[in-house]
Structures are given as structure tokens and as C-alpha cells.
Design a protein around this ligand. Structure first.
Ligand code: GAP
Length: 510
């Protein structure tokens, strides 16, 4: 197909044309980095949520779900570190007036150096063929080693300065690296400053008694502050987990890239409470389980990469991202973090309430350690959508756009299509619709030629098209067209529910 940027543009256009995603407030020229899910989008999104919830909650006897409020006591965000440290370092270009994250500018610069290395490696691979050993080439080739040293030196200096909050040095680094604004091309930068990403608002009717309150930037804290309530009322024994799906809000600075980085988005998070000292085993186990959840959808392993964090947040003793091959490159889709007892201990301190667990097997009390799995629902939506979007050239020379969505995630499971409206075919098709609609989300469609209707359903990823023709009236059979193979088979109406049900079965391998 076309290059990735073009593919990304097509996916965005397709999302709008086929009722998946609209720009928020479009008739008022839109609101930046905020999107609405349309009639097909909301079905796909709900199916992703159900797939996650089923795998995490229903399939694990020791994981339960909650739905905590978006508004929470403001002290929670002091305890969690978000008031003090949930910042991005920002820099403005004085000529273009564009604002950038300083870390993104520096990382993009390093990515360009790495791209040069990759180019040399690709050339060498071509030259040496089968016998090429990339690891050996990387460790011996002088040019590659020199560039790798540059990357290491930049990483060390940048993250060192960030940790010390030495913003002047970050600006100096950007200048020394001669990083230019991608829009104006100039190096006329402002100072670097920290910008807190939380949205603030007021709670309370009268200004004197109103309190500053935040829109939650992650759902996890709603789980931490409820952990003891859930443990006691659910009689949960460690190890156990609490899962939650909900909205989160971040005032992102660099908010381009469609639904990849939004200001209002949804997270699916699970906190797994374990004995101190056992957290790294659980961390490894959850890394593998979460990757398997993705693979169970039938999306190829080559689309996923683990990125283990070298530099850890102050609360973590291990962290990894599952990166996905988005049209914008391999980027973070999900995070798995070993968060130690940082959050619970902080809430214990700030609230003055004991958050300990009495372990009957050890006969002792402790603050549990936590493994977190956190995936952005919108990013998962984008991953699934971009992986399934395809432009196919057919044997007769025509083209079709098709979404090869995993059947269980498809917004519509079956389209019910009478070949024509007359001769009682429409009435018969309605009967088939009524037989199926209780079990599956189906769509009845009698408008336009049958070929056009097939294309419409290919474009939204409907796994089955069911056509009602004259034979249906006498034989009680229909043609069942498979979205991917476009093969048609004649089946009995009485078999339809079972055939569709089978198609939707998902593996829950771990
Ligand atoms: N509780 C941990 C946490 O929030 P995070 O890495 O900041 O960790 C977790 O976010 C996931 O949420 C990310 O892997 C990503 O999928 C999603 N996410 C984060 N910021 C986002 C944004 N602005 N827009 C869409 N998804 C986002």
C-alpha cells in the first residue's frame, strides 16, 4: 500500500466517512485533541472494553472490577505525586510561536541519529546476505559506535538534567544539538519551563467555600483509595486485583496524531496487589499475560515489541511498555509497571488511615506491593483499526476497502440483505433479522444494488453478509458471504445463530 503517513490519513478519513470517529464540536470548527465516537465507533469501543473486562475480571477469580468517580479528593493528587511532578518540560519557538515538549525534540533528534545507523545496517545486510550478524556489526563498526556514543551521551545528559530539574541545561542541550523548529526552521527558542498536565476546576457553589479540584489524569488512584474497601467487602486474599475502565484527562501539549494522544481519553487499568518481595515475578507474569491478550485477537506478533524502561519513575522498580506498530511507527500501547508500595504508603501517610493487609498465611500485616497494567482504550482502538484497514485489488480489477477486524470486535456482526424489496423478500429478511438481533448486533439494509451493500459492510468490517433471495422463500436457506474470503455458501436459516456464535469465539489462552 502507500507509505505510512498516507495510510494514516486514509484511516482518519475512513473513520469519519464510515461513522467511527468525529472531531468533537465539529460544527464549531472542532476542539483540539478531543474526539467523539460515532455509531460504529462506539460499538467497536464497547467490544474492546468487553473483551478486556472478560479477560481480566470474568476469567480471573481473584480480580474484581470497580467504577470510581472522576472527581476525587484533591489531596489524592498530592499523595500520588501528580501535583508536584506530573509535568512536561515545554519550550516555544519564538518565530513560529509553536510549543514543543523538550523531551520530544531531543528524542526526535536521537531517533534521526539512530535512523542513520539503521540505514548503514540495512546496507550491510544487503551486502553480506545470510551471514550478516547485526549485533556484531553494531559492536564493531566505527561509525555506528560513534553515533551510539552520541545517543548515550545525549540520553545521560538530558535525563540527568530533567531529574535535577535543571531546565537551563536542557535549553543549552537543545541549542548545542542545533535542533531547529520543524515549522519555522529557526533555533530561536524560549526558556524551558515545567507545565502541569492536570485540568483544574472548582467544586462548590460559592466562591469562598469552593475547592480546587482536578479531573483525574489516570484511573489508577480510584483503585488505590478503594483497595481496602474492596479487599474487606470482597473478602479478597492477596494476590488479588482490581480492574477499572474509565475516562482520564491530560492537558497534553503535543496533541496531534488523531486519537493516539488526546486530552480526554479512556484507560483500562488493573492494579494487582501482591506480597512485598514477590512483585518482580508477578511483573514478568503480567507482561506475558498482557501480550498474550493482544495476540489472542489474531494480530501478528511482529506488530508488538516490549520496551523495557531503563530509567524508572521514582515509584517503580520495573516497568515495560508493549509497543504497537502504529502507522506513526512503533509506539506505546500499554504499560506494565511494578509500582512498589509507593501509592498505598503515600495515601496512608496523607490520609492518616492504615492501608495494611493482614496476611493470614504469614500471620503479619504489610502494605501490599502493586503491579499495574494500564492500556489506553483509544490507542487500542487505533491499533485494531489501523491493523485491519486494507485496500484490496480484486480479480476483476476493481478495488475494495475492507476492515479485517477480529470478528468479536466488529461493530456489526451480520448484515441482513434482501436481494430485492418485492416478492416478499423484505418480509422474509425481517424475519431473519428478528431471529438474530437479540443475540448479535445486526443491520438490515435493503437500499442499493447488492454489490454496493457488500462494499458498505466490508468498509465497516461486518464479518457476515446474509442475502435473502427467492430460494429462501421455498428452501429456508440464505447465502452467507464471508467478509475476508468473499466466498458465499448456502446455509439453512436455522443454523445462522450457531454459525455466527462460533465465529465470535475468542481464545482466552494465557
Ligand atoms: N496509571 C498509569 C498510567 O496512567 P501512562 O503510561 O501515563 O500510565 C497508560 O498511561 C496508558 O494510557 C498509555 O500506555 C496509553 O495507552 C494511554 N494514554 C496515556 N496518555 C494518553 C493520551 N493523552 N491519549 C490517549 N491515550 C493515552
Amino acid at each position: 500500500m502507500q507509505n505510512n503517513e498516507e495510510k494514516f490519513k486514509k484511516i482518519i478519513a475512513h473513520s469519519k466517512e464510515y461513522g467511527f470517529i468525529f472531531q468533537s464540536s465539529e460544527i464549531y470548527d472542532g476542539l483540539s485533541a478531543v474526539y467523539d465516537y460515532a455509531q460504529n465507533g462506539v460499538e467497536l469501543k464497547n467490544n474492546i472494553k468487553n473483551y478486556w473486562w472478560k479477560a481480566m475480571v470474568q476469567m480471573h477469580e481473584n480480580i474484581v472490577g470497580i467504577d470510581s468517580a472522576i472527581f476525587m479528593h484533591p489531596t489524592i493528587w498530592k499523595a500520588s505525586g501528580h501535583v508536584g511532578a506530573f509535568n512536561d518540560p515545554l519550550i516555544d519557538n519564538k518565530d513560529s510561536k509553536k510549543r514543543y515538549r523538550a523531551d520530544v525534540l531531543v528524542e526526535d533528534h536521537m531517533a534521526k541519529i539512530e535512523a542513520k545507523n539503521q540505514k548503514d545496517i540495512d546496507k550491510a545486510r544487503e551486502r553480506f546476505g545470510e551471514s550478516f550478524d547485526e549485533a556484531q556489526f553494531r559492536s564493531t563498526n566505527a561509525r555506528i559506535l560513534e553515533r551510539q556514543q552520541q545517543i548515550d551521551a545525549i540520553t545521560k545528559r538530558f535525563y540527568g538534567s530533567l531529574e535535577k530539574n535543571d531546565l537551563a541545561d536542557i535549553k543549552a542541550l537543545i541549542e548545542e544539538l542545533e535542533i531547529a523548529c520543524p515549522v519555522s526552521g529557526s533555533r530561536n527558542w524560549t526558556e524551558v519551563r515545567q507545565f502541569n498536565l492536570m485540568f483544574k476546576t472548582q467544586m462548590g457553589s460559592v466562591s469562598e467555600d469552593s475547592n480546587d479540584i482536578y479531573l483525574r489524569p489516570e484511573t489508577a488512584q480510584g483503585i488505590f483509595v478503594n483497595y481496602l474497601n474492596v479487599q474487606k467487602t470482597g473478602r479478597m486474599k492477596i494476590p488479588f486485583g482490581i480492574a477499572q475502565i474509565g475516562k482520564a484527562f491530560r492537558n497534553e501539549i503535543v496533541a496531534r496524531q488523531f486519537i493516539f494522544r488526546m486530552r480526554e481519553f479512556e484507560q483500562m487499568e488493573m492494579q494487582f496487589f501482591v506480597r512485598p518481595g514477590e512483585e518482580l515475578q508477578w511483573f514478568e507474569s503480567w507482561k506475558q499475560k498482557r501480550l498474550q491478550w493482544h495476540l489472542n485477537l489474531g494480530i501478528g506478533r511482529e506488530n508488538y515489541k516490549f520496551h523495557n524502561h531503563e530509567k524508572l519513575a521514582h515509584y517503580a522498580n520495573a516497568a515495560a511498555d508493549i509497543e504497537f506498530n502504529f502507522p506513526i511507527g512503533f509506539k506505546e500501547l500499554e504499560g506494565i509497571h511494578s509500582r512498589t508500595d509507593f501509592d498505598l504508603s503515600a495515601h496512608q501517610e496523607y490520609s492518616g488511615k492504615k492501608l495494611q493487609y493482614f496476611d493470614p498465611e504469614l500471620n503479619e500485616s504489610y502494605v501490599p506491593y502493586v503491579i499495574e497494567t494500564s492500556i489506553g482504550l483509544d490507542r487500542m482502538f487505533l491499533a485494531v483499526l489501523s491493523n485491519s484497514y486494507d485496500e484490496e485489488k480484486l480479480e476483476d480489477g476493481s478495488e475494495r476497502v475492507v476492515l479485517h477486524l477480529p470478528a468479536n470486535l466488529a461493530p456489526v456482526k451480520a448484515a441482513i440483505l434482501p436481494l430485492m424489496k418485492k416478492d416478499g423478500l423484505a418480509e422474509k429478511a425481517r424475519e431473519v433479522m428478528n431471529q438474530l438481533k437479540y443475540d448479535f448486533n445486526c443491520q438490515y439494509d435493503e437500499k442499493d444494488a447488492i454489490g454496493k451493500r457488500y462494499r458498505r459492510h466490508d468498509a465497516i468490517g461486518t464479518p457476515y453478509c446474509i442475502t435473502i433471495d427467492h430460494e429462501t422463500l421455498t428452501e429456508n436457506t440464505v447465502t452467507l458471504r464471508d467478509r475476508d474470503s468473499m466466498q458465499q455458501v448456502r446455509v439453512s436459516i436455522s443454523e445462522l445463530n450457531e454459525i455466527i456464535r462460533k465465529k465470535l469465539v475468542v481464545k482466552f489462552e494465557e
